[in-house]
Design a protein around this ligand. Structure first.
Ligand SMILES: [Zn+2]
Length: 79
């Protein structure tokens, strides 16, 4: 699926979301949607499902590719 506009992230993100990026450990996380977040530290998108953070890289064409293989589920679980 193609997304029409390039670089549509982040869209007016809220800050101070109480979670930590599993990739860069930054707490500088902006909220971009329901259960969707954006890391300002390493520019990946995070989504939250059942208390587990899922990680996605935003490609140049706007598509997302999963980075979950890089992290253990333990690392991605919200404590
Ligand atoms: Zn990060």
């Amino acid at each position: 699926m193609m997304v029409g506009n390039n670089h549509h992230y982040p869209v007016n993100p809220e800050v101070n979301v109480p979670m930590k990026c599993p990739n860069c450990q930054s707490k500088d996380i902006g909220k971009i949607g329901i259960n969707q977040y954006y890391c300002w530290g390493c520019y990946i998108e995070l989504s939250l499902s059942k208390g587990v953070i899922h990680t996605h890289q935003v490609e140049e064409d706007g598509s997302l590719s999963s980075l979950d293989d890089l992290f253990d589920e333990e690392e991605r679980r919200l404590s």
